[in-house]
Design a protein around this ligand. Structure first.
Ligand code: SF4
Ligand code: SF4
Length: 83
């Protein structure tokens, strides 16, 4: 089973993970305005949610998401002198 973490303090409640997940792992807590992991056991590690999340709030143990470098500000700063 894939182990997941949703960092609640980072979540900005955009619901993109809720909408994109093909196996309906998430629900949305309207009161707290954050996504909630409801069915971790159904995660197939497609990483769509991690890729989309604007806050980097979603992690999957052993499945690091690789984003294009221009989306990674820290990496971009390191290589900007070569651009
Ligand atoms: S995509 Fe990220 S910020 Fe948006 S609701 Fe999901 S966990 Fe929260
Ligand atoms: S990795 Fe894919 S299957 Fe797993 S929670 Fe995210 S969107 Fe859903």
């Amino acid at each position: 089973m894939v182990r997941m973490t949703l960092h609640e303090r980072a979540c900005r409640g955009c619901e993109m993970c809720v909408d994109i997940c093909p196996t309906q792992v998430f629900s949305y807590d309207r009161e707290r305005r954050i996504a909630v992991i409801d069915h971790e056991e159904d995660c197939i590690a497609c990483l769509s949610c991690s890729y989309l999340c604007p806050s980097g709030a979603l992690q999957h143990d052993d499945y690091p998401v690789v984003k294009n470098f221009y989306r990674d500000l820290e990496f971009t700063r390191k290589i900007e002198k070569f651009l």
